[in-house]
Design a protein around this ligand. Structure first.
Ligand code: DAH
Length: 357
């Protein structure tokens, strides 16, 4: 008989059986299961026999065969499991009384911070002694903060709805595509106090969103940490010194960085920063694709238009900024080949993320 022609009662009982069997951890449980499936009265098998009785004559042969096959299978499986459990019981008895009052009591499972949050905390700890505090901004952000204030032109491709999640019912509102809008918010808020403070410096960690298909290295939601410093006469050498210090603190004294020219509308000049591969030390490995270097972040000197938008005089003030992808660093440090591990919350993965401690 075609499986789809079996009455739904049979299909359901058949489907549930393996789970019910797996849930039996001892002989008592197994006996209960035996009663429920193949017992004389009230069991699934008994119910199936009633179904058979009530079936039209021409279906009885096929239905009977299907029911018998199922009953036999249940019987055999239960028997085999029974033997297994009895043997286990005998083995335990042979070992004597296994109750040891001196054994420590089992401790309740303890929760802990997610590996990505641990890494973010570490980054914050590296920058805090340099005078950086933490700033936050909303994930539902305005186009003005996410793009305009960052000197991103109106026709820039990143603004398109192919890359950015816009709120259909709220024109001008989007899910921020990077943590850089926190630059704009913080500059706007602190601009009136910049003189008395002598400058501004902060980190801004958080979630960002892009219309990327999910694959081993992309996700529509990921994390970035933004950093910014504004002061008098800030140059590339300050950026370089700060990042070199931070990477040594993060990856160890052997860490080295290099700059490659790049372009981001909110910095001039702009660059990308690589770190000498923390895994092979630069000799070449799978993580750095034999190049000895891994891309770490985007950075540069704050564009005068960004300062001006926030009401800060670029003639007097200058600064640097950088932005890094947290998952990228986490994957590299922990040698995790697939970004999705960080979002699936499989306890076995989360517990073995020692590489990030
Ligand atoms: N916001 C950039 C991105 O998401 C990263 C970035 C580049 C941040 C350069 C910066 C910067 O602050 O100066 O790709």
């Amino acid at each position: 008989m075609e499986p789809s022609l079996l009455p739904v009662e049979i299909l359901e009982a058949q489907q549930d059986f393996p789970m019910a069997l797996a849930a039996c951890k001892d002989l008592d449980g197994l006996l209960r299961l035996k009663g429920a499936y193949i017992g004389r009265e009230g069991s699934h098998a008994a119910r199936l026999m009633e179904l058979l009785k009530a079936a039209p004559k021409e279906q009885k042969r096929e239905l009977g065969a299907a029911i018998n096959a199922l009953k036999n299978q249940w019987e055999e499986t239960i028997k085999a499991r029974q033997v297994e459990l009895e043997n286990a019981k005998k083995r335990a008895a042979a070992l004597g009384n296994t109750w040891d009052p001196d054994l420590p009591a089992p401790m309740p499972a303890q929760g802990s911070l997610h590996p990505l949050n641990r890494l973010i905390d570490r980054l914050v700890d590296v920058f805090r002694p340099l005078g950086y505090h933490v700033e936050e901004g909303p994930e539902a952000e305005t186009e003005a903060h996410n793009f305009d204030g960052l000197n991103i032109p109106v026709d820039h491709p990143a603004r398109g709805s192919a890359d950015t999640f816009y709120f259909e019912k709220h024109p001008g509102l989007l899910l921020r595509t990077h943590t850089s809008p926190v630059q704009v918010r913080t500059l706007l808020r602190l601009a009136p106090h910049i003189k008395e403070k002598g400058g501004i410096r902060f980190l801004a960690p958080g979630r960002v969103y892009r219309k990327d298909e999910i694959d081993p290295t992309h996700s529509p939601m990921f994390h970035q940490v933004e950093g910014m410093l504004v002061g008098h006469g800030v140059g590339m050498h300050h950026l370089k010194g700060t990042l070199a210090y931070a990477m040594k603190a993060l990856f160890g004294p052997g860490a080295d960085i290099r700059f490659r020219p790049s372009y981001f509308p909110f910095v001039e000049p702009g660059c990308e920063v690589d770190v000498r591969c923390p895994l092979c030390g630069g000799s070449g490995c799978r993580v750095c694709k034999q190049s000895g270097w891994v891309e770490l972040l985007g950075a540069g000197l704050v564009h005068p238009n960004v300062l001006e938008y926030a009401g800060i005089d670029p003639g007097e003030w200058s600064g640097f900024a950088f932005g890094m992808g947290v998952e990228r660093i986490a994957m590299m440090v922990s040698q995790t080949p697939d970004l999705r591990f960080f979002f699936e919350n499989d306890q076995r993965f989360l517990k073995t993320m020692g590489g990030l401690d």
